[in-house]
Design a protein around this ligand. Structure first.
Ligand SMILES: Nc1ncnc2c1ncn2[C@@H]1O[C@H](COP(=O)(O)OP(=O)(O)OP(=O)(O)O)[C@@H](O)[C@H]1O
Ligand SMILES: [Mg+2]
Length: 169
């Protein structure tokens, strides 16, 4: 497969694949994408340990105006943010051992039309999770990351419509 040209990361490849050279680029990408978000979305973040999933959420939250610390939810399972009237839930299910833990933890009610949910390691909650509107898949390269965005629902497709990542210069 031909890798995207790193010098060309602000052009929009039609397959929604982007190259992000470093952490700052990942933060900028999230920051930029945050303008597309609206209440009700569920966003899955796929990628190996250390891929940059939390970094992406950090960029998105900063883009939405949140100025505090964005911690990894690895130990608490969820970090909760409120930005004006919007609730954002950032989950990390890495430590789940079986699907039922998600149901038992009572997280189902967090997935509602007034919130946005970001989910790291959705695989660990299996098919109990609602269908994600968007899925970001991050791949670790020798230097930097590739990120691929897939829309699974009309709401997800709407987020990608008319969006063109403009790299900060
Ligand atoms: N585009 C990028 N290029 C290079 N390094 C990056 C990029 N984005 C993030 N990183 C770095 O990757 C490391 C891991 O990031 P992060 O904690 O966000 O990963 P994660 O996918 O959430 O991992 P985990 O599954 O353990 O929660 C950090 O050191 C971060 O600076
Ligand atoms: Mg993480």
């Amino acid at each position: 497969m031909k890798l995207p040209d790193p010098t060309d990361s602000d052009s929009k490849p039609h397959d929604n694949l982007y190259y992000l050279a470093d952490e700052a680029a990942m933060l900028d990408f999230g920051n930029n994408f945050s303008s597309q978000l609206q209440a009700g979305l569920v966003i899955n973040l796929i990628g190996n340990l250390g891929a940059g999933k939390t970094t992406l959420v950090r960029g998105i939250l900063h883009g939405l105006g949140y100025q505090g610390t964005v911690k990894s939810p690895t130990y608490n399972l969820v970090e909760i943010y409120k930005i004006s009237r919007l609730y954002l839930y950032h989950f990390d299910f890495y430590r789940f051992n079986d699907y039922q833990e998600w149901e038992d933890a009572g997280f189902r009610e967090y997935f509602n039309s007034a919130s946005i949910c970001f989910v790291e390691w959705p695989e660990k909650a299996g098919n109990l999770l609602p269908v994600a509107d968007l899925q970001f898949s991050i791949k670790i390269l020798e230097t930097g990351r590739n990120i691929h965005i897939q829309a699974n629902t009309d709401a997800g497709k709407q987020c990608l419509n008319n969006w063109r990542y403009q790299k900060k210069t």
